[in-house]
Design a protein. Structure first.
Length: 285
């Protein structure tokens, strides 16, 4: 089941289910106008199953605009969860190499605040690169959608945009490298149903387009994530409350070459085979 938020052609904010025939089942006809309500349900899958059998309006995808499936959830991110990410960060900075090495194998994972919900960028909206950075990259990541009780309601795609020169200069600059205007994209929908075992068989692919051509392509399987999803969420929810739930990006396993930096007008396309595609153009912010 693929749950999404969208604007109608009249720019009305709605919640819908993406059907296999690439239509949106408009859940407003069943009185559902809020995604959080479904994520907080005792059994979201059963509820969605019931809704999908109702006779509701079906809107063609080209008549609506998909929005980020984040309403009031804070977005957090885990880091150094793939061996590839640990190695890249150690190469990027002599100063911080030891910290990355240690956190990869320490019991406590790296988890940092990424975005307020209202600042999250949705599908087809631009993501940003900082004017004061010269090494800007996308970080394609599986995102866990978690309800207020700490249950992983399911999965979407996140882009943890990062300025690696700022991050590499000094670990204390991490918030500036990670949190700025348009630095977090989430979407296109939330997939409810598959277990972690199934999700770990999926592949995440990053493609970057410039001037009509593809200039980077890389992929990794989600099974390369070192820690279990429950372990990451367990640490996020320790001594912390999320009244509306939270979204947790699970770290990147695709690292671009040291000479690669994003430019304005590039397009970042992230695909997870069980979820869909999150695509955003790049602007300077
Ligand atoms: O500590 C640096 C950030 C790590 C990160 O964002 C990742 O591994 O995805
Ligand atoms: Mg990241």
């Amino acid at each position: 089941m693929k749950l999404c938020r969208f604007f109608t052609s009249q720019r009305e904010n709605r919640v819908g289910l993406l059907t296999a025939e690439k239509h949106i089942l408009d859940l407003s006809g069943a009185g559902v106008n809020n995604l959080t309500f479904l994520l907080e349900a005792e059994n979201p899958l059963k509820q969605l199953d019931g809704l999908s059998q109702q006779c509701l309006a079906r809107l063609p995808l080209n008549e609506i605009q998909l929005l980020s499936p984040v309403e009031r959830q804070e977005v957090w991110a885990a880091g150094v969860t793939y061996l590839r990410s640990k190695k890249a960060r150690m190469e990027e900075s002599n100063f911080s190499a030891n910290a990355y090495d240690r956190v990869y194998s320490a019991p406590r994972p790296e988890i940092f605040f990424k975005s307020l919900p209202e600042k999250v960028v949705g599908p087809s909206e631009p993501v940003g690169i900082r004017t004061d950075a010269h090494w800007n990259v996308p970080e394609p990541e599986l995102a866990l959608v978690i309800n207020s009780r700490g249950t992983i309601v399911r999965y979407t795609i996140g882009n943890d945009m990062s300025s690696r020169d700022i991050e590499g200069e000094n670990l204390l600059y991490l918030p500036q490298a990670k949190i700025y205007h348009r630095s977090c994209a989430v979407g296109p929908c939330i997939v409810v149903g598959p277990t972690e075992t199934v999700v770990r068989t999926w592949v995440i692919t990053l493609q970057i387009y410039r001037g009509g051509g593809i200039i980077f392509e890389g992929q990794t399987t989600l099974n390369q994530i070192k820690r279990s999803f429950e372990e990451l969420v367990g640490y996020l929810y320790r001594s912390q409350t999320f009244p509306h739930g939270a979204v947790l990006l699970t770290g990147t396993g695709i690292v671009l070459g040291d000479n690669f930096t994003l430019q304005p007008d590039d397009t970042v396309r992230i695909e997870v085979n069980g979820i869909g595609v999150l695509e955003n153009t790049v602007v300077m912010v």
